[in-house]
Design a protein around this ligand. Structure first.
Ligand code: DGJ
Length: 744
């Protein structure tokens, strides 16, 4: 509070110095959180947006505004704060900042509880508030009758127009309270006639496909009931007024959940035409016994506002993730070029063969060699071994040492694949502890890929897995772990727990996964972690607080990948998006594509190579060397630059994306032509993010002897952004990589 007042005075003084300077500089000087005490209004000011809350006469916390910045005077004058009136009226009820199920509230609630006496009607009123540091606001609500405190948390990230919201429920009485639904936030959108909701949907090998749906009265929900984030939907959304489709223009409101278990995001348009978007841990098959004195903290639901279309959303989320989500110090480091053995050798790995692959990988410029599945227990195929995390004695008679020595001796880092939540029935672990898996005693145990899932809600199970992984990392010099999860939960039984706690099991499991990551990261801080779940089924802001990158999909067909990657980068930083170049034909569509096309596609994220190098020709090896070297040169732009999607692969056979330095000093453009048609030239690509008055050196990067799709030349930023870049691309699967360098 004190800090807030001091900053307000400083801002007032500053503004008197010169109104002309005000708009840009005031953003920096303005306090993120302001309390307009007379009006009972809280303002959260972000660089280009504002979020406001207020109280009704009955002291219920209601939402006032989320969008473009409004002058504080409008709140003082009551222009904004006047709207919510009396409790029980839709104007107030439909604006509850954290809607409780109780009273007149009949749309999707955020909170639904059962008190010890059986009462299931929840009322919340303002009790107190606190400003923590400069950017965090906590509003404490309390039930007027029952001993329950609800702290509504807001952490502002002003630079990115992003707000983290979460809730802490505390039982201050002596009787238990049962939580039936505890969502992290309700986001209220300004009144607008028609809204279009964007989400990411898919299935195995087809993750993060962009979908747009126009919302109608009623509820539209995306969700996972699978105990994990899922291939089917990703916990991210964006809404914009229907009809606004420009990639780089227009207002967009967006949100992303930091949770890797069952989740839901529900967009509800009320009969009064208001849109609220709620999200958090799924209430499906969930309840939580909040014992006397205990608290329950929801995961964060991150929300943001951009007024530069979907491009503005992605760039904000990327910057936010690099600065505030991904683990440090790795977040600030460039991701290495990976070789991964999976597509080359599948389960049939052994020391000599992996060393031979590593020697080849080194010749390509690879920096991190990863041995995937197949190295442990009795793992001959998918039927055995999961759970027994010691090297297979036939494949690795001297353990991992000869391989780790060889890889390190070649000057590369060494990485290993694990799938810690799983067991095969044919494993020593399962034989010793058949009760450690999720199950109901009277039901068969469903197997998927011949495996079952360990129940980490059990303390001895999670401790065992922590110890096994800790030993693995202690005994061998491992620099990288890929943590996979190839099936999702069925028969989520936890029958040894008290009946009223059994439906906590999936939340406890996810919390235990997080805890294991956190403990391992603390003990082995140098290790880089990759999240994987049969491809990209565990990609979310919760896992990204603990892992550095993600395997986005098992689909490596570059044509499909362009779409998967376009969806992925709506919500997540390109730096986290691992993409490998694999052999022809790809495993999903059986399509052959040129090596260059495959490289260009994979170079748009964190590049990897996944082909069987033992069979590669010298021509393939030398082309790959060229592209790996090129990637290293442009990697800072791809991994840390500003992404502009110039043309979508969903809507056109000719797509392109640009990665530009934030200061406009350099950029690269990737362009892809699936197939020429009628001999038509490809249309010019109007670039973005350049300095209009500067002159750029423009050149296509091609391996020696290959004809470039564009002659080297110089052009102004203005011309490149207005007239655009014209490429000569013809044929099938033609692609180009163009570098732009600002001249001094
Ligand atoms: C699924 C992953 O997505 C693949 O990359 C590979 O690691 C396999 N699992 C191994 O079983």
């Amino acid at each position: 509070m004190k800090t807030t007042r001091t900053l307000t005075r400083a801002l007032a003084l500053f503004l008197t110095l010169g109104a002309s300077l005000a708009s840009a500089a005031a953003v920096a000087a303005e306090p993120a959180i302001r309390h307009l005490a007379k009006r009972n209004v809280w303002l959260i000011n972000l660089a280009g947006s504002q979020y406001a809350l207020g109280l009704t006469k009955e002291k219920e916390l209601v939402h006032l505004w989320w969008g473009a910045k409004l002058p504080a005077g409008d709140y003082e004058r009551g222009v904004v704060a006047r709207i919510p009136v009396r409790s029980g009226f839709p104007e107030a009820v439909e604006r509850y900042e954290l809607p409780p199920w109780g009273g007149a509230h009949q749309i999707e609630p955020a909170l639904k509880l059962r008190f010890a006496d059986g009462v299931r009607d929840l009322r919340l009123a303002y009790a107190a508030h606190e400003v923590v540091g400069e950017n965090e606001l906590v509003i404490n609500l309390a039930d007027p009758h029952y001993p329950l405190q609800v702290a509504v948390h807001y952490r502002a990230h002003p630079r990115f127009d992003v707000l983290e919201r979460w809730v802490v429920l505390k039982n201050t009485g002596s009787q238990p309270i049962d939580i039936e639904q505890a969502l992290s936030a309700a986001w209220h959108l300004p009144l607008h006639e028609r809204w279009t909701f964007r989400y990411l949907a898919g299935f195995w090998g087809a993750e993060t496909q962009v979908r747009d749906v126009e919302l109608q009265h009623g509820k539209f929900q995306i969700e996972s009931r699978r105990g994990a984030t899922s291939h089917q939907f990703n916990p991210w959304f964006a809404v914009r007024p229907t009809g606004e489709t420009a990639e780089e223009q227009g207002e967009v409101w967006f949100g992303s959940l930091a949770w890797s278990g069952c989740w839901k995001i529900a967009a509800e348009v009320t009969s009064n035409g208001r849109l609220q978007v709620l999200g958090g841990i799924h209430d499906f098959d969930f309840s939580w016994r909040l014992a006397a004195g205990e608290s329950f903290t929801t995961p964060a639901f991150v929300g943001g506002y951009a007024n530069e279309g979907m491009g503005g959303v992605s760039r904000r989320l990327t910057a936010y993730q690099l600065a505030a989500v991904l683990p440090q110090p790795q977040a600030g480091q460039l991701r290495p070029v990976i070789y991964n053995s999976w597509y080359a050798t599948e389960f049939s790995v052994n020391a000599a063969q992996q060393i031979a692959l590593a020697e080849k990988a080194k010749l390509l410029g690879v920096e991190l060699f990863v041995m995937d599945d197949g190295w442990f227990g009795q793992r001959k195929d998918a039927r055995a071994g999961l759970g027994d995390w010691t090297p297979n004695a036939e494949k690795f008679p001297q353990g991992l040492k000869p391989l780790t020595d060889a890889v390190h001796g070649l000057g590369m880092k060494f990485g290993l694949w694990v799938e810690p939540e799983m067991v095969n029935p044919d494993s020593d672990l399962y034989r010793a502890h058949p009760d450690w898996v999720f199950h109901f005693p009277t039901r068969p145990r469903t197997q998927k890929r011949h495996q079952m899932m360990l129940n980490f809600a059990r303390a001895e199970v999670r401790e065992h897995i922590f110890q096994v992984l800790d030993r693995l990392l202690t005994d061998s010099p491992i620099d990288f772990i890929k943590w996979d999860m190839n099936r999702h939960v069925t028969e989520a039984g936890w029958m040894e727990a008290p009946a009223e706690q059994q439906r906590e099991v999936l939340v406890r499991h996810v919390r235990a996964v997080y805890e294991i990551f956190d403990r391992l990261r603390a003990r082995h801080p140098q290790v880089l972690w990759e999240t994987c779940s049969g491809g990209g089924a565990r990609v979310d802001l919760g896992i990204f607080q603990r892992t550095d990158q993600a395997w986005a999909s098992d689909n490596t067909d570059p044509l499909d990948r362009l779409q998967i990657q376009e969806g992925y980068t709506q919500a997540y930083a390109p730096k986290t998006m691992v993409a490998w170049v694999t052999d022809n034909p790809d495993t999903i569509n059986k399509r052959d594509t040129p090596l260059t096309f495959r490289f260009h596609c994979a170079m748009m994220g964190a590049l990897g190579v996944g082909g069987n190098l033992l069979k590669w020709s010298e021509a393939e090896m030398s082309q790959t060397r060229f592209w790996v070297e090129t990637y290293k040169a442009i990697r800072p732009l791809v991994q840390e630059g500003q992404l502009y999607r110039l043309r979508s692969p969903r809507t056109s056979a000719f797509s392109a994306a640009e990665y530009a330095a934030a200061d406009g000093s350099a950029a690269v453009v990737f362009a892809f032509l699936q197939a020429s048609s009628m001999g038509k030239p490809t249309p010019p690509l109007a670039l973005r993010g350049l300095t209009p008055e500067a002159v750029y050196q423009v050149e296509a990067i091609v391996p020696p002897g290959v004809t470039a799709p564009l002659a080297p030349h110089q052009a102004s930023g203005a011309a490149l952004m207005a007239q655009g870049l014209t490429l000569k691309l013809r044929g099938d699967y033609a692609s180009a990589l163009v570098r732009l360098t600002r001249l001094p």
